[in-house]
Design a binder for this molecule. Structure first.
Ligand code: 7RM
Length: 635
């Protein structure tokens, strides 16, 4: 990919204006300049948000792994593609060159083929942050299989739901994972999940922690010996531009997660072009995104975007607190990281530990700092800017979503003047709109509203796996002819955007998108629970924490509430994962409900935030009397 990127604000505005005036020419030029195509497109874009239908580069033929790997081999074969930093700081880092990556992806792809995986088949990947995770995704893409990576912190029930929803034929996992001083029995979790999955024919197991695990005859196999036997080259499958590349689940307003489907050409172009411009990546730079590949941030900005640019991308297996809270800075110094991309929740956790562990390390290699996943508060922004960037490295506060596939609103470093807590300006090709509740677009500056996008962009999700109607209902129904993000935002006097947070039932805890519904479903499984409602409240480190209101079936005098609290969190851990545990649990006799039976979360949210002076209109409630009781007993 050519090294050219946007260099100053005037140029940003020029590029932006062109991208809006002639979007098709704009994206066609990006696609023409940078990528390898077996066949060029017949049509750049066709779209209709009322269906909704979006197609980019129809008729084009390509393979994304050829663009991410093969095409770098002649010039950059010996360059490090993936730099793996293990959990244990005493274990040597692994430098995987582009040539080696090519061989390992091809071998893995051949194993998949041998096991009967074909183009279009779904493969579930449930792995820790080890090189095999990136290699497995690329191996799927090599042969046209659709990967569905499930974050390896999810429970067996959550895993089973995702495997079944897209009827995955194969699961790729490991014997276990290292996380700080702990090990986690991943294979055990997979075994449990598979009790409820009839679609899975085979399980490939990577050896990572050397634990003794149970292998099911005829279903499970160790990966290593198969790889050793596998041929070192694999002819890439020729894919259509709109063939699905992967499914990634994100939570929604019902218990059922949404399998967002991303397709090949548009996703490739957009992640590559945003990576280059947002991080100002130069040949030779070492780039590190601390996300897990189990989230969209890892898909787009650890794997596909960086590799499409021939970059060196760091994969870190561990946690920021192990062996101590200086680990991130230790890695920055050790590998001379140039671009560092992390989440506000991590920044807040590290800021709390004081400066000693920062000042120990040489951070002078850093050029660009990134933030993603939730609004970054003013305090965290300044701490990051002052102590990590030493006021020399611009912070790119990047707003985007699983559904958008790539970064949507962001500063371009060294071009866009940054402003704390503002994601600033739309990336070229992105047309945001702020809407009032009646569905009118607010066109002036200094307004706030619901954030929509008015025009398609190449990396937008095309559908929800198996449920196009839900895709339409969730994103294209609230505002006519617009994609609704679910977020609220404001636009300041110069047109900068500040994302204010979700306006729906999604709560972001430590940067993880949690739907209230699956957590409530889990709590309601407890035999003593009649009903429950979850809301978020501000938390110093996690951004938001969870507050649960629980109605017990029978307020038996003998029950010890503390035990119940533990049991409820235990059930949540089993059904959703530990990330969804409740910080506060209030037992209550009733929940405020509308006449149609919908819980008025707005009121519960205010109580959890200790903002009870103005509860708004409670007259529509079926049972207004419960409100005072809840306030009186609030935690
Ligand atoms: C990339 C990612 C998406 C939701 C999104 C927002 C929130 C993400 C920012 C942000 C404020 C940001 N995908 N969000 N980035 N809010 N400023 N820079 O996180 O699908 O997991 O979450 O995250 O609410 O809608 S995600």
């Amino acid at each position: 990919m050519s090294n050219y990127h946007i260099k100053h604000l005037e140029e940003y505005y020029q590029v932006y204006r062109k991208s809006i005036r002639e979007p098709e020419n704009f994206w066609e030029e990006v696609a023409e300049e940078h990528f390898l195509w077996y066949k060029k497109w017949e049509n750049v874009l066709s779209w209709d948000f009322s269906k909704p239908k979006v197609k980019w580069f129809e008729g084009a033929k390509l393979n994304i792994t050829v663009n991410c790997i093969d095409r770098h081999l002649t010039t950059n074969g010996n360059k490090t593609a993936i730099l793996f930093e293990p959990n244990d700081p005493n274990e040597a880092a692994e430098h995987i060159t582009y040539r080696e990556l090519h061989r390992r992806v091809c071998q893995f792809a051949n194993v998949l083929k041998d096991k009967g995986v074909e183009k279009g088949d779904r493969v579930c990947i449930y792995l820790p942050m080890i090189p095999e995770l990136a290699i497995a995704t690329l191996a799927c893409a090599r042969i046209g299989a659709v990967h569905s990576v499930v974050f390896a912190g999810f429970s067996s029930t959550a895993l089973a739901t995702r495997i079944n929803d897209s009827s995955c034929k194969m699961v790729i996992t490991s014997d276990g994972s290292f996380r700080g001083s702990k090990t986690i029995d991943l294979k055990g979790i997979v075994d449990e999940a598979l009790n409820d999955c009839d679609c899975v024919e085979s399980v490939l197991v990577v050896k990572r922690i050397n634990s003794s695990i149970n292998m099911v005859d005829g279903r499970d196999e160790w990966l290593e010996p198969l790889l050793e036997e596998a041929y070192e080259d694999c002819v890439p499958e020729i894919m259509d531009a709109e063939d699905p590349l992967f499914i990634l689940y994100t939570s929604g307003s019902t218990g059922m997660p949404k399998g967002m489907v991303h397709t090949t050409a548009g996703y490739m172009i957009y992640t590559a072009y945003t990576f280059k411009n947002v991080f100002q990546y130069k040949q030779g730079d070492i780039y590190w995104c601390t996300a897990d590949i189990g989230w969209i941030t890892g898909h787009s900005y650890i794997v596909y975007g960086p590799l499409a640019n021939g970059a060196t991308t760091v994969m870190f297996e561990g946690v920021p607190s192990y062996p101590d809270f200086g680990r991130f800075w230790d890695i920055v110094e050790k590998h001379k990281i140039n671009q560092f991309y992390t989440a506000p929740t991590a920044i807040r956790a590290l800021a709390k530990e004081g400066l000693e562990l920062v000042e120990k390390y040489d951070l002078s290699s850093l050029k660009v700092l990134g933030s993603v996943g939730e609004p970054i508060n003013e305090e965290a922004w300044h701490w990051y800017n002052d102590n990590i960037g030493k006021k020399q490295s611009p912070i790119v506060d990047t707003w985007w979503q699983t559904e958008t596939g790539g970064i949507m609103i962001t500063p371009i470093p060294f071009a866009t003047p940054t402003k704390p807590t503002y994601a600033t300006l739309p990336f070229p090709g992105i047309q945001p709109a702020l809407m009032d509740e009646e569905g009118n677009e607010l066109t002036e500056n200094q307004v706030s509203g619901r954030l929509c996008i008015k025009f398609p962009w190449p990396s937008m999700a095309r559908t929800i796996w198996g449920n196009h109607q839900r895709y339409k209902d969730t994103y294209f129904t609230a505002f006519e002819n617009k994609y609704f993000t679910g977020d609220g935002a404001l636009r300041d006097e110069v047109g900068y955007y500040r994302i204010t947070g979700r306006v729906d039932d999604v709560i972001i805890v430590s940067g993880h998108n949690l739907g209230t519904a699956p957590i409530e479903d889990a709590i309601n499984e407890h035999p003593a629970v009649a009903e429950s409602a979850i809301v978020g409240f501000p938390h110093d480190i996690k951004g938001n924490a969870l507050y649960g209101y629980v109605i017990l079936k029978d307020v038996g005098e003998g029950r010890v509430h503390d035990n119940l609290r533990k049991e409820i969190n235990q059930i949540i851990t089993e059904h959703v994962g530990p990330i969804a545990k409740l910080d506060k649990i209030q037992f209550t006799k009733g929940l405020p409900k509308t006449r149609s039976g919908k819980i008025m979360r707005r009121i519960l949210r205010k109580i959890a935030c200790k903002d009870t002076k103005n509860l708004g209109d409670t007259s529509t409630l079926l049972n207004p009397e419960v409100v005072q009781e809840i306030i009186d007993n609030s935690l």
